[in-house]
Design a protein around this ligand. Structure first.
Ligand code: NAP
Ligand code: ZN
Length: 404
């Protein structure tokens, strides 16, 4: 595991001694500091001219069943290549719920989710070239990777052969501790993994592009979705509504497949040509063999063969949703149609910058509903109940203002 040598820790990252954990207590012991939310505020790097990790306010869970509550976590000292972000907005992704609730594997607690982060750069390490203080930066699902394997060399850090470092509940390559996400007032991230946010964009509505946007843009790029081609989007939630907007932007004909009758009119407003209920057997039959690409954003396994039947010869269903065991595929039907089932995981850093710039140039943004930190639990409940239109975004601007 790569550790930051002393020389890599920047003079600029200087939190006061008061904010340091006791000598010898590293990030791995950060759970020990959870729950100390009554402290007035975090120490600001640069406060005192001393170097070291520092404590910040965050919102997270301390067990699979606990409510989302305030706690304190430790951020690493600002390294030469790091930037310090004051978090302004953070989108609420369904993955936040899966991970915090242990749907995929037991996470490290406390778990502070959030990987659709937009913030203002508050400090930069001495070797940082991409940002200056006051710029707006974005952080998506990754904060580091090995940087040398063939995937990283091909700008596919998400497929890093050593495993990318994810923004939260991942092993921090620098400290060997656990990463914490954007449900927090400040983050320290190496500049290579910070996305430039163009001036003038709606910051809250841009945050979801850092996960929901890139995750649905990347397959449309990879499978070369062309104007006039038919795209089917299965599941109209955070990812699904971005898949529709991005598909419409490239002039494909988009059809939404939803389980929610109440979303049919929304699909038209988002630019879809048609919205079909899964239960509409006649429509499913009428549309058989007509799609060039399907993107499935459904968070749980479901019988996929009825959707594979919608594909043309040689076409692909890209599953970005359910990440466990998949269900209900028929080998014979796949073979006769030479159809493919593929998976796709977010996108690389260069491609994430590309989708941010692409959306800024076309005024494409997420449909968002802002929530305060004390409303996260309720927002999670509504996401699970398919009742989000179409991304909750945590508004942390008040916390940041309180600090200044
Ligand atoms: P979301 O906002 O909750 O949207 C999911 C949509 O799926 C729902 O709105 C719903 O749309 C549909 N759905 C159908 N059956 C459902 C069920 N039993 N429970 C819940 N929803 C159901 O979630 P999201 O944030 O878009 O994320 C979708 C999935 O993608 C999650 O599993 C997430 O972990 C995963 N994800 C993957 C990547 C990746 O890189 N591969 C990145 C981000 C997220 P209708 O009402 O239209 O049926
Ligand atoms: Zn996400």
């Amino acid at each position: 595991m790569r550790k930051t040598p002393e020389s890599e820790v920047d003079e600029i990252a200087m939190p006061s001694r008061r904010s340091l954990l006791k000598a010898g207590v590293g990030l791995a012991a950060a759970p020990l500091v959870a729950g100390l939310a009554s402290e007035a505020h975090a120490e600001q790097p640069g406060d005192s001219g001393e170097s070291g990790p520092f404590s910040v306010r965050a919102h997270g869970v301390t067990s699979a069943g606990s409510r989302v509550g305030p706690l304190r976590i430790e951020r690493r000292a600002l390294g030469r290549h790091d930037v310090l972000l004051d978090v302004l907005y953070c989108g609420v992704c369904h993955s936040d719920i899966h991970i915090a609730r242990g749907d995929w594997r037991p996470p490290h607690y406390p778990c502070v989710p959030g990987h659709e982060v937009v913030g203002r750069i508050a400090a930069v390490g001495s070797a940082v070239t991409k940002f200056k203080v006051g710029d707006i930066g974005g952080v998506g699902c990754m904060v580091d990777s090995c940087g040398t394997c063939e995937s990283c060399a091909a700008d596919r850090e998400q497929n890093c052969l050593q495993g990318a470092t994810f923004t939260y509940d991942s092993n921090d390559r620098v400290t060997d501790g656990t990463t914490y996400g954007g449900y927090s007032e400040k983050m320290v991230v190496t500049e290579r993994f910070v996305i430039r946010i163009p001036p003038g964009v709606d910051l809250a509505a841009t945050a979801p592009l850092l996960c929901a946007g890139i995750t649905t843009f990347s397959p449309q790029q990879h499978w070369r979705l062309a104007p006039g081609q038919r795209l089917g989007v299965v599941g109209l939630g955070g990812l699904g509504h971005m898949a529709v907007k991005l598909g419409v932007a490239r002039k494909s004909e988009v059809t939404v497949f939803t389980t929610s009758p109440g979303k049919v009119s929304d699909a038209a407003r988002l630019g879809a040509r048609e919205a079909v209920l899964w239960s509409d057997a006649a429509a499913m039959k009428r549309l058989a063999g007509r799609f060039d690409l399907l993107i499935s954003t459904v968070p749980v396994a479901y019988p996929m063969q009825p959707f594979m039947d919608l594909l043309k010869l040689d076409a692909t269903l890209v599953n970005v949703g359910a990440l466990g065991q998949l269900e209900g595929l028929n080998g014979m039907a796949l073979g006769f149609g030479r159809k493919s089932l593929a998976g796709s995981m977010i996108g690389g850093i260069a491609e994430t910058q590309e989708v941010i710039d692409y959306c800024a140039a076309r005024n494409i943004k997420a449909d968002v509903e802002l929530v305060r930190p004390d409303q996260i639990d309720r927002a999670w409940e509504r996401v699970r109940a398919k009742d989000v239109r179409y991304r909750f975004v945590l508004d942390l601007t008040h916390e940041t203002k309180e600090r200044t």
